[in-house]
Design a protein around this ligand. Sequence first.
Ligand SMILES: Nc1ncnc2c1ncn2[C@@H]1O[C@H](COP(=O)(O)OP(=O)(O)OP(=O)(O)O)[C@@H](O)[C@H]1O
Ligand SMILES: [Mg+2]
Length: 469
Amino acid sequence: MQRGSRWLSPSEIKAALKNSDTTLMEMLRFVFSSVLKRRYLLILNVLLLLMVAGLNFIIPQFTKNIIDQAIGQRSVNELISQVVWLIVTTIALGVVNFVSTYLMQRLSQESITEIRLQTYYRILQQDYAYFQNAKTGDLMVRLTGDINSLQNLISSDTFGIVGNLFTFIAVLGFLYAQNWELALAISLTFPVLFVIIRFFRSRIREAFSKLRATSSRISNQLQATLTEIELIKSFTTEQQETANFEAIVAESNRYQLEATRLQAIFNPLVTLVNTIGVAIALGVGGYFVIQQRMTVGDLVAYLSYLTLLQDPIRSFSRLLNVFQTAQVSYDRIKEIMAYEPTIIDAPHPVAFPSPLRRGIQLTDVTFHYDMGNVDALENINMMIPIGQTTALVGRSGAGKSTVVRLLTRLYERSGGKIMFDDVAIEHISMKSLRQHISFVSQEVTIIDGTISENIAYGTPAATEAAIWN
Ligand SMILES: Nc1ncnc2c1ncn2[C@@H]1O[C@H](COP(=O)(O)OP(=O)(O)OP(=O)(O)O)[C@@H](O)[C@H]1O
Ligand SMILES: [Mg+2]
């Protein structure tokens, strides 16, 4: 599981999937469009996964050869040669596994970085008003948690599971071709295993997500009471607050116990089903060996293959979770990508008429905030001439800051005209407009960095002399 991923509870997933018209294919197209751009890396990865599957498949064959041929024919040379091959192949498997994990992680990171940058740029492009309405916390979650759960879709982990599936198909196909009765017998436990894993996984996950929720309530309660200690002391609510705290802790303990109980049943149950699988293989296989329809070496190889088959079932169930969580996240990211900024450049924008010769003329300018219920500005007419200092004076809330926001097109006026000399504001390119208007806000903003970086913000080419100035 990736660090920082945000697992949703099964009920959250169900609710979200019900409301979503996202098809799986659409999400995959979105995510894999950036993967497909790295075609060579992708092809290399698929080849490596096939090699892993092939090597996994070959290794039990050496065991079979050792038992049937070397031991069977009492040939020490054959024994040595088979043991050496076994070791060489296992080393090769390790090396291929290493290279493939590394390259898959690279593919995954490069692809997700592209998606992350796209989403980030998209958010920054939105209208100013978007940020007034959207919650910053929500945007943060989308840029971190939701992107991470999309990353899980193309993580090296997920590619590894796909590799496991290659192995699964190859091995199962081989077993059925060799001895379909035995293959069928050992396949019997697979559906049971899959159902058990699905059943418990979702419940364990739900218990843990409730547990996490209560944990954050515990720290909220601690923080709230410690910072409001004056209030608590003066109202003597110490006992009451302790009772509140006790209730939350009790709830947390309950979820912890529930999670532990589920896990305590789950693990032995999986072991039991797996062991039953082995027992069936030994029983049916042993019978075939007695009947001389297969060799002891075959039987031992079958047992190794059985383990190779059981692992992918576990990881396949995990893959389903990754898909479900990613689909919910994709919906939330799609919302961002689908949201079009409305304040944009005209088709053929012109540069700011610099230097201005007459000034700025506002004619019948009207503006209404989305959230407001009255016009913030109503039929404003004024001329701001060049070469003079013009002050806009008015009571608080009169609309002074609003005028400035309209001049930089942070908001778009709802009516009237704003002209810089003879050029209407909407014809000027936004970049040029904003580069020609300096704005000192009444709310002081300081970005993270040095004082000189703060002064030079937006003018990366500023010289040191200019900054001092
Ligand atoms: N983002 C917003 N959404 C909705 N209404 C807003 C928003 N910003 C300002 N307003 C409203 O628009 C009107 C004008 O606000 P503005 O900030 O332009 O006043 P101001 O003249 O700059 O006031 P002050 O002197 O307090 O800075 C006010 O009624 C204010 O409540
Ligand atoms: Mg103001």
